[in-house]
Design a protein around this ligand. Sequence first.
Ligand SMILES: [Zn+2]
Length: 406
Amino acid sequence: MEAKRLKEKIESYRDEMVKTLMEFVSINSVNPAFGGPGELKKAEWLESKLKDMGFEFERYDAEDERAEGGVRPNLVVKAPGKDSSRTLWFVSHMDVVPEGDRTLWKKDPFEPYIENGRIYGRGSEDNGGSLVASLFALKALVDLGIEPQMNTGLVFVADEEAGSERGIRFLINKNIFKEKDLFVVPDAGVPDGSFVEIAEKSILWLRFTVSGKQVHASTPNLGLNASRVAMNFLSELDRLLHEVFPMKDESFSPPESTFEPTKRLSNVDNVNTVPGSDISFFDCRVLPQVKLDDVLEVARSLAAIHSRKTGAEIKVDVVQRHDAPEPTPKDSEAVTRLSKAIESCRGVKPVIGGIGGGTCAAHFREKGWHAVVWSTIEGTAHQPNENKRIEDLIADALVFAFMMAE
Ligand SMILES: [Zn+2]
């Protein structure tokens, strides 16, 4: 019954939801950790939106001198429900990753456009679509005069893409959340909306700094080519990590640990100089049954071996580390409520499992709180021509509204 009324209501917001997501995309909120301006402009736009919609909210600013305005804003919207002792939270993030290579984009990443029923632009899928869906889900309940089963909370955080220190972790320390609360983090999923994520892998970001000796490229014998040392070391590390940690756990997607060489800093500007320094990074997503200390040990020992062999110094630094917390129990209320909503609104059978992470959910799970990650997405996040299907935007809003109402 409720599902039908909610569906009609949300359907009536279609144009407004599309417009809102396009506005979201058009405001550059690249995380300052990646050289962007941060979330202030986006938060200010959302504040005026929330005021227009008549929602109560509070803003919590974490300081960050790298960001526009020197702050990383976090918004918390609350609506009262029948059970006022606990809250069902929907947590999405305002920050986005940089556009990457612009030549791979069909159009400007911050000038959204619609094609084939999709909204294109940086942040459309990650995480604007979910933010907009949660906002209009709550609006549907309010407009229909349906009192939520428990308090409903919407959280729009900063800093999710770079560790959440000034985002969800900052809010957790403000004691906004309670142990009995339930958390939905719509920041991962699959195209048919069936995947409910209850566990995430451990995360380890490593930086490798190789120091050799810079010389003219015509006399390499007088120097020590840091780039060559790095290439040999990194490719062996890549092979070794996969060899030492081959375990699979089919409840995760992908089922194995991943070890990816990612960022490399530029070295010399000219072709005829042997680089004396090389800085590269690995992004490792490790199954919870593998200890991150063991991964680190492999990297450090191999670095020591290559260092001895070549005479170059190889420094291994941990840029980010997050050891996987206990998964959310499969029978927890967060999982059962979400599963019921998926079945009722989508007619698909929920599949419960884990991913490479990391989302805001890991920070809740660290506290022992029950968080589920779910949304309907095609997986274009962080890619050029990132996009969100408008049908999924509408469909997700319905699942959220159903969860709030039932
Ligand atoms: Zn995200």
